[in-house]
Design a protein around this ligand. Structure first.
Ligand code: NAD
Length: 490
């Protein structure tokens, strides 16, 4: 597969001619060749988006017309769902049951949701004592740079591109360098449904240069970024030049709290799903498990026993429960974290190694890994690892659980498992996190705002508010005719 950039309605090579091999992380095989662009390509894409926005070709359409495009995009995605799910599995490594049942359906739902949502937007109006009127309208922000990560390449792209387009913006999208395939297919659909040239542009290449240009450019009005906290900080700084609007969906180190009144096996399975889903490469991964001291030893033992049985392999098979890490350098980084955990004295209770047996030696697999008896100063407890690595701590009581749960620079997600629903609500109300669950984990709903407290980000994706972050508010104060002010004597 030959993947190029899509700029001003045309498929283009990079101006520099640069290309990058795209790998299947389960096999190490090259599955595609993608253009690898530069700052110059980024400038071209921004120019196209600027021109399309300023011409009004998109923002002047009625909301019904824009919504129709989004419905058509969703319909085409639905027709190609099986093909795109398989491509996502091949490019990202995530298991086919996830791409088939989560990534692609949620992507489709997101386009439909924002098509519905833009039609529901209402304007406010006030009539004054002097019969003048104020109306408050929402307008698109302008040119939006959308920068997305590799862990849910298509779904997270949809979380920003669907509301951005629904609102009337034009966009330049930059996927992560290693996972361009599904997004490339999406842009093929944009072309098929006849999205006007320049409205949606795709650039491919390194984030530090191309993403940074999107954040710095005075021709870009907003950046919506999903990725690591460090890159988020760099974007915030780069965006200061023209004071562009910025929303940031960043990392996490989310706690899952288990009280001793739970159904033991169900809680164990949920804790496994919390951390090992998508091989731990989920921003909300429940990477810190807090277990009540009375069941801690038994819980750790059972968790390790079951984690050792997780079926790891090439996610193209329906029976596989956990796939590889998405790229080699990330796998190496995760292995370094595991080494640091051992060196800092944490007790490794399972995993801790790369898996190379049974034909997995060319892929980037790490065994489900659990550390017990950790302390809050260890790197594996403080830092986001973004892999299948869990740390387990014990707690004494409710207060201790909340204190430990909140002891993080992050505040993306958190969960509580207990059959005492009053206690669950009390605890959740004290968690400093934007996404919380009681007796479940990882469920995401397109109608509910997604994002974090503290260093996990700024703003929210999804929900009605996810659309508002792509709009500006304007007040229009209307007098039918001008009246004298009566302020000046002469
Ligand atoms: P990353 O920060 O390395 O890259 C994300 C994107 O930003 C990529 O497209 C990359 O090319 C680009 N980029 C990198 N440096 C940049 C810079 N200086 N300026 C502009 N763009 C830059 O993240 P990743 O490794 O792709 O993804 C993993 C991270 O994303 C984790 O920290 C995870 O928690 C986070 N994440 C957060 C959410 C959320 O909704 N909060 C969702 C998914 C992933």
């Amino acid at each position: 597969m030959n993947i190029n950039m899509f700029i001003d309605g045309e498929w283009r090579e990079s101006l520099s001619g640069g290309r990058k091999d795209i790998l299947n992380p389960a096999t190490g095989e090259v599955i595609a060749s993608a253009a690898s662009g530069t700052v110059e390509d980024t400038k071209l894409a921004i120019k196209a988006a600027r021109g399309a926005f300023d011409s009004g070709i998109w923002s002047n359409l009625s909301v019904d017309e824009r919504a129709d495009y989004l419905y058509k995009i969703a319909d085409r995605l639905e027709e190609k769902a099986a093909e795109i799910a398989l491509l996502e599995t091949e490019n990202n490594g995530k298991v086919i049951r996830a791409t088939t049942n989560v990534d692609i359906p949620v992507t489709i739902q997101t386009f439909r949701y924002y098509a519905d949502q833009i039609k529901l937007m209402e304007q406010e109006s006030y009539t004054r004592a002097d019969s003048s009127e104020t109306i408050i309208i929402q307008e698109p922000v302008g040119v939006c740079g959308l920068i997305v990560p590799w862990n849910f390449p298509l779904m997270i792209a949809a979380w920003s591109i669907a509301p951005a387009l629904a609102a009337g913006n034009t966009v330049v999208l930059k996927p992560a360098e290693v996972t361009p395939v599904s997004v490339y297919k999406l842009f093929g659909i944009f072309e098929e449904v006849g999205l006007p040239a320049g409205v949606a542009n795709l650039i491919l290449g390194p984030g530090s240069k191309m993403g940074n240009e999107l954040a710095e450019s005075f021709e870009v009005d907003k950046v919506a970024f999903t990725g690591g906290t460090q890159a988020g900080q760099s974007i915030l700084r780069a965006a200061a030049g023209n004071m562009k609007k910025v929303t940031l969906e960043l990392g996490g180190k989310s706690p899952l709290i288990i009280f001793d009144d739970v159904d033991f096996e169900t809680a164990v399975e949920n804790a496994m799903f919390g951390i090992f889903h998508n091989a731990g490469q989920v921003c909300t991964a429940a990477s810190r498990l807090l277990v009540h001291e009375t069941i801690y030893d038994r819980f750790v033992e059972r968790l390790a026993e079951r984690a050792n049985k997780i079926v790891v392999g090439n996610g193209e098979s329906e029976t596989i429960e956990m796939g590889p890490l998405t790229n080699e350098s990330h796998m190496i980084e995760v292995l370094h974290y595991i080494k640091s955990g051992i060196e800092e004295g944490a007790r490794l209770v399972c995993g801790g190694n790369r898996i190379t047996e049974n034909g997995l030696d060319q892929g980037f697999f790490i065994a489900p890994t659990i550390f017990a008896d950790v302390n809050p100063n260890m790197r594996i407890v403080k830092e986001e690892i973004f892999g299948p690595v869990l740390v387990v701590e014990k707690f004494k009581d409710e207060e201790d659980a909340v204190r430990k749960a909140n002891d993080s620079i992050y505040g993306l997600a958190g969960a509580v498992f207990t059959e005492d629903i009053d206690r669950a609500r009390r605890v959740v109300s004290k968690l400093r996190a934007g996404i919380t669950w009681i007796n479940s984990y990882h469920l995401a709903y397109v109608d509910s705002p997604w994002g974090g407290y503290k260093q996990s980000g700024i703003g929210r994706s999804l929900g009605a508010i996810g659309l508002e972050y792509f709009m500006e508010l304007k007040q229009i104060n209307i007098h039918q005719k001008a009246n004298p002010v009566g302020w000046y004597a002469n």
